[in-house]
Design a binder for this molecule. Sequence first.
Ligand code: ATP
Length: 296
Amino acid sequence: MLQITMPLNFLGTVYREIRQALVDMAEMFELLDQPAEVQDAPDARPLAVSGGAVELDAVAFGYEPERPILRGVTLRVGAGEKVAIVGPSGSGKSTVGRLLFRFYDVQGGALRIDGQDVRGVTQDSLHAAIGVVPQDTVLFNDTIRYNIAYGRDGASQDEIEAAARAAQIHDFIVSLPEGYETRVGERGLKLSGGEKQRVGIARTLLKDPPILLLDEATSALDTETERDIQAALALAGEGRTVLTIAHRLSTVADADRIVVLDAGQVVEEGSHAELLARQGRYASLWARQASEAEAA
Ligand code: ATP
């Protein structure tokens, strides 16, 4: 019997690891358009997270040598701070997220978490420290419970429910006839964009990472849904470092600090009110989006 169960246990572990890796990759789909080419350094050590401070120090990076995307970006996100990166389309916002996850290595400068260069830590420990809430949550053809539980193997029903509560989706789930056992995905109940996103938030909360990377949806959700999602994200961010990649400005006004990227450089930094008062790049982006929203 032992001879049979041991390999089965082993296969179970491998299966779970592969499944987790697939989920992480699916979650990163919006941030990542190429497979990771980066390897652990031979002497890589696990990241020791103290508070989850993120520091970009004169980071230079380009996907192609002849086309620099980030040209010396310096940005500090203190432990527990909420910072939003804004800027015109193509300015390099999502690229910052990809570098933080170390899907690519910086070509100049350094990127550190709690003082440790990401090039010197194991990727497993790095990825465990960062929770990604992507633009589009991928749901699997399985139950809601299963979809949330993907966030962490071995989570109890209580922990799953606590994560769902924090993501403000628990009440919706229990209102369904089959509750947490409701099947979702292609062959099950079709969830709305906002509901899917809250399942994704619950999944990330179950992982309980010190750093949250939010890749904000490009397309506008309806106002009420957006308000719900914002409330869920605000709750999710409590006690964590949050870096929001904001493709639209409407949702960043509450960030502790907003960083404006333009042509691969930080051109402005401050609170929403400070940046509006400065009447610079942010103020003009804000005015443009406001008039576009009005026209729409
Ligand atoms: P948006 O708000 O439109 O999503 P962004 O600021 O997030 O834009 P990035 O996705 O960081 O922009 O892209 C910055 C630049 O890098 C763009 O010009 C883009 O075309 C280019 N780029 C992104 N990914 C790759 C890649 N894998 N290979 C080559 N160029 C890339």
